[in-house]
Design a protein around this ligand. Structure first.
Ligand code: GLN
Length: 199
């Protein structure tokens, strides 16, 4: 059976480990390169992308994770994790780095200060059973995508209507929101399928 890692440097990695355990897969925290070597896919949690970038560099994980992604390892990023997968980051700190791989430009903290966090139903391509309840916390949105990227979902109401918040490109999946906080396992199950298909 494939093993799914959760990058456990910072952020809500515990919630992802719990969600994956509920999907009946083997899930393990990843904090060092030797642990990365043992996993078949990697979840990058929500948190703070500037801190995650610093920690990934200090823990010698920045280049190894980028390399694994380039070689096709499935990865799923939520919120800060989406930022870490983006090839370009707007409103980032100058020294902040991402693993890259995903052909998107994201804008950090895009929804603005008045709407620090909110929830909204979002319909997702390829996810059956109705819209997910998307929880956004100082979330990024996807400002633009390359031709290789499939847009899975957009905000439908309010000032951010039309903004892209869920994408897929090959073995990479990213959402601006946090399914790990809602108990809805559909996105985690999709990622588990992606890891099975790639292993
Ligand atoms: N604002 C955070 C960042 O820029 C992301 C917030 C989150 O992951 N909930 O990394």
């Amino acid at each position: 059976d494939p093993i799914i890692g959760v990058l456990a440097l910072q952020g809500d990695f515990r919630e992802h480990l719990t969600a994956l355990a509920e999907c009946d897969v083997i899930a393990r925290p990843v904090r060092r390169p030797s642990e990365l070597d043992e996993v078949d896919g990697l979840v990058i949690p929500g948190g703070e992308s500037t801190a995650m970038s610093n920690l990934a560099i200090n823990f010698d994980l920045m280049d190894p994770i980028s390399d694994r992604i380039k070689r096709g390892m499935p990865a799923y990023g939520t919120c800060a994790g989406m930022i870490m997968l983006a090839q370009e980051v707007l409103d980032g700190r100058p020294d902040q780095r991402s693993f890259g791989g995903l052909g998107i430009t994201v804008r950090r903290n895009a929804f603005g200060r008045q709407v620090d966090s909110f929830e909204a139903p979002v319909e997702l391509t390829g996810i059956e059973g109705g819209p997910v309840n998307a929880v956004f916390i100082r979330a990024p949105w996807v400002e633009s995508v390359t031709d290789e990227v499939e847009v899975m979902g957009r905000v439908t109401d309010g000032p951010a209507a039309g903004r892209i918040v869920a994408v897929r490109q090959g073995n990479l999946l990213a959402t601006s929101f946090h399914p790990e906080l809602t108990g809805d396992l559909r996105l985690h199950r999709l990622f588990v399928e992606m890891v099975h298909a790639a292993s």
